[in-house]
Design a protein around this ligand. Structure first.
Ligand code: HEM
Length: 119
């Protein structure tokens, strides 16, 4: 513990002036967590899927070839809508977005989505 903090604590003014060390550590971790938040990553990938899904929809409409309608629907719904929603949730809950489980979710979902769309 720092000397200034010790003195302030003796005076009884430390508890409100400086958050306890454990709290400061928590803030620092959540800031690091936010920096690598999967929320933004999900939204970025979702935007790419939207571009692909909408382009495929336009192609189908123009060519009147609806063969790829299920692909179009899944690219838009699983790629765009679902991932954008994940992104917003993780962005508004940054500790979840910065967690290891969040990262595992991001990679599993993205690998799974590619496998599903190619299959
Ligand atoms: C410029 C944007 C879009 C265009 C031009 C477009 C075009 C189309 C076309 C031509 C079809 C086939 C209709 C048919 O089979 O008669 C279709 C189906 C569908 N679209 Fe889109 N679409 C667009 C955006 C979206 C978005 C953003 C979503 C979802 C978030 C979406 C979800 C679907 C679904 C669920 C189907 C039904 C698929 C099926 O019947 O198997 N579309 N769209």
């Amino acid at each position: 513990m720092g000397e200034i903090r010790k003195r302030m604590e003796r005076r009884g003014s430390a508890s409100r002036a400086i958050p306890p060390a454990s709290h400061r550590m928590q803030l620092k971790q959540s800031m690091i967590g936010e920096a690598v938040n999967v929320g933004i990553a999900f939204i970025k990938v979702a935007s790419v899927y939207l571009l692909i899904g909408v382009s495929l929809g336009l192609y189908m409409g123009i060519s009147e070839n609806f063969q790829y309608a299920p692909v179009h629907a899944h690219v838009n719904l699983l790629g765009w809508a679902t991932m954008a929603l994940f992104g917003l949730v993780y962005h508004y809950f940054p500790r979840a977005g910065g967690s290891k489980l969040g990262k595992v979710h991001f990679w599993l979902y993205n690998i799974g989505a590619i496998a599903l769309l190619l299959g």
